[in-house]
Design a protein around this ligand. Structure first.
Ligand SMILES: [Zn+2]
Length: 382
């Protein structure tokens, strides 16, 4: 699809506008002649508000992700039958609501990501069996009625998100055997941010290799999500991690801004506006943020819940870090220094250690070195 922006007009704009109106984000069409198919300032503001609320990139443009989220937002539970379609999974807010309801009732429907997958179907079938409904895995009128009648047994239990945590706890406090997918952003023809001949894709590739070496040395299994000259899309990267059975996905990027003053480090994990969050993803993002701000002096831009493809579609905890702004002079100087990238790699390995060792041998943030991590693992192996 063509990206729509302010100033555009035509039937595609009219369609988005009527969706926004149905969601109550802009007043219904009518009144001003011709306005219904014009992308004006009010519409841009409505799009920005919608993007912010949905954890999307707030750029006021209607690209594929925003378009999909708008379409998803128009579906309400009960409005259409829901089932698992292997070749083209159904997505929408109705699916997210179904998942949330199943989770609240204690059925493991997977992350409430709005995608009707195999796990959602399995949870739905279990629910239907337990409640004496027809066990067909289809969420139709009978199932919707039953879901509405039941009050949640334990509100906010979110078993699936707790289960991520439990899986790590049960596997024991060790790094050996952990499978980490390192995802260097962009690649190939897509250089990412490019300033003064410095490419985000090259820097992140180099950082990924430094990280990979350190992880392998501590007994972790590190896999890269792409080759040096490849640029798979986000869902392909997520699929790679899922098929590899990854314990953790770390996506490496650096940022850009129109203002050369914007600088710093930010972390992102899966989370929705309604408060569902990947507990471990959030913990991982927080640990990386702490280690790296302490070690590098990068400004702390915080950690944030997002529904970006990679975070949404991976089954294990996933974190995306935006390491500095290439559009900022100080950050760019830092990033182009290989020694700085070593410090970043070291900080990330220590943060991963903290996550998987769950505070065992805890030392103050920023004081662990890579050698300590290595020594710890070697001691255990003996
Ligand atoms: Zn990037």
């Amino acid at each position: 699809m063509r990206v729509l922006r302010r100033g555009d007009g035509g039937p595609a704009v009219a369609e988005v506008r009527s969706t926004l109106a149905a969601l109550g984000l802009v007043p219904p069409a009518g009144g001003v002649a011709g306005a219904a198919d014009q992308f004006d300032l009010a519409m841009e503001q409505a799009i920005r508000a919608f993007q912010q609320q949905r954890g999307l990139i707030t750029d006021g443009l209607i690209g594929p992700a925003t378009y999909r989220a708008l379409r998803d937002a128009t579906y309400q539970l009960g409005g259409r039958p829901l089932a698992y379609l292997v070749s083209a999974p159904i997505t929408g807010d109705d699916v997210a609501t179904l998942q949330e309801r199943l989770l609240e009732l204690g059925y493991d429907a997977g992350r409430p990501n709005g995608v009707f997958g195999a796990q959602t179907e399995a949870a739905l079938r279990n629910f239907q069996r337990d409640y004496g409904l027809t066990v067909d895995g289809i969420c139709g009128p009978e199932t919707v009625r039953a879901l509405r009648q039941l009050s949640p047994r334990a509100r906010g239990g979110r078993p699936v998100l707790l289960r991520e945590q439990e899986r790590v706890r049960r596997s024991g406090p060790r790094l050996t055997g952990k499978r980490i997918v390192i995802d260097p952003g962009h690649g190939g023809a897509d250089t990412g941010v490019s300033v003064d001949g410095v490419n985000e894709s090259d820097l992140m590739w180099d950082l990924a290799r430094r990280l990979e070496g350190r992880m392998v040395a501590t007994g972790m299994e590190a896999l890269l999500s792409r080759g040096q000259d490849q640029c798979p899309d986000e869902s392909t990267r997520a699929q790679f991690a899922n098929e590899a059975g990854a314990d953790l996905v770390l996506s490496l990027h650096s940022d850009a801004n129109r203002s050369p003053l914007a600088q710093g480090l930010a972390g992102f994990h899966f989370g929705t506006g309604s408060g569902s969050t990947s507990t471990l993803g959030e913990a991982m993002a927080g640990l990386i943020q702490r280690e790296l701000t302490k070690r590098t002096g990068l400004r702390d831009c915080g950690t944030h819940p997002k529904t970006w493809e990679l975070l949404r579609l991976t089954r294990c905890p996933a974190v995306r870090v935006e390491i500095g702004y290439l559009t900022n002079h100080d950050d760019r100087v830092r990033l182009t220094d290989p020694a700085f990238r070593d410090v970043v790699a070291e900080g990330i390995v220590v943060a991963v250690k903290r996550l998987f060792l769950l505070g065992e041998n805890d030392q103050p943030t920023g004081s662990f070195t890579f050698a300590d991590v290595l020594a710890h693992e070697l001691a255990k192996a003996e």
